[in-house]
Design a protein around this ligand. Structure first.
Ligand code: ADP
Length: 152
């Protein structure tokens, strides 16, 4: 059976840390669906169309990666796209504690959905969309932290 994982996130904007986890995820999964969350309650710096276009352009040459936007529960989205796995990245212990609670809850409200984690590469351990947004807001250079496809 095909192993399909959803990599859910806001990607506001996508960073080199996300790209690394998704590419390494292809060693484990046959297909990865990048699920871009759209939550009406959440304030994003970049609108959904931009976030989606940047992720799509980043993986345009990779047939095993697709990009889909979704609303609502990640477990429902996984069911809809036939994914048996959620893929997440881990940078540090706060990430672990946060992800552990979500993974437990997602496990409890789904039918055997497994969450898998890939540890961040040493080079990207400090990269986060929120710090990238802060640098952008203050006029700094973020080119080292985002893929070339992201044209701000
Ligand atoms: P969310 O809004 O769900 O936090 P993000 O877009 O910030 O979404 O992140 C999506 C996933 O990517 C999360 O699992 C997060 O831990 C992971 N991630 C973000 N930055 C990095 C990085 N530099 N290295 C590894 N994983 C990362």
């Amino acid at each position: 059976m095909e192993k399909i994982a959803v990599f859910p996130g806001s990607f506001d904007p996508i960073t080199v840390g996300h790209v690394d986890i998704i590419k390494r995820g292809l060693k484990i999964f046959d297909r990865i669906i990048v699920g871009i969350g759209s939550n009406a309650e959440k304030k994003y710096m970049f609108d959904l169309q931009k976030r989606e276009a940047w992720v799509q352009q980043t993986f345009a040459s990779e047939s095993r990666i697709s990009v889909v936007t979704y609303q609502g529960l990640t477990v429902d989205f996984c069911k809809k796209v036939n994914a048996g796995f959620i893929l997440r990245g881990l940078r540090n212990s706060p990430d672990f504690e946060f992800e552990k609670a979500i993974a437990h809850m997602n496990g409890a409200i789904s039918n055997g959905l497994e969450t898998t984690f890939i540890l961040t590469d040493l080079r990207f351990a400090a990269v986060s969309s929120s710090i990238v947004r802060d640098i952008i807001r203050n006029g700094g250079d973020v080119s080292a932290f985002i893929p070339e496809t992201v044209k701000l």
